[in-house]
Design a protein. Structure first.
Length: 131
């Protein structure tokens, strides 16, 4: 039950992030930071899909307790990186896209989030889950 509640909250946070935050960046121009942020937000669906597929795989009894713990840890790391990405995007947007330190922080957050997405997907694949 706790895991299902956790998944529902994660899905809700992701849905809100994908809908609300990209809208924050809409406007006349598109910067490299905006494109990178939108790309990371869109590709985060890949991590969510991988974890859902893993959960189905696990429900079939095809995983170990250690594997479950590894996937959970990788997913939590991804969620933390995505939260930082959302914060960095909000700070960047609040500055009107003219704050160089905020742009740098946003670019780094995009890189970190992308790396954690890749980690989740690769880990799930190593256990034999078909994506």
């Amino acid at each position: 039950m706790k895991n299902r509640k956790y998944q529902l909250w994660a899905g809700l946070i992701l849905a809100v992030s994908l809908i609300v935050l990209p809208a924050t960046f809409s406007g006349c121009g598109t910067t490299a930071q905006q494109v990178a942020y939108k790309s990371a937000a869109t590709t985060s669906v890949t991590a969510e899909t991988a974890v859902r597929a893993y959960n189905v795989f696990a429900a079939q009894g095809k995983t170990t307790v250690l594997q479950n713990a590894q996937v959970k840890a990788a997913y939590e790391k991804y969620q933390a990186a995505f939260a930082v990405l959302c914060d960095a995007g909000a700070i960047y947007a609040a500055g009107g896209g003219t704050n160089a330190p905020a742009a740098t922080a946003l670019q780094q957050a995009v890189l970190n989030t992308s790396a954690t997405i890749t980690d989740v997907v690769n880990l799930v694949k190593t256990f034999g889950v078909k994506l």
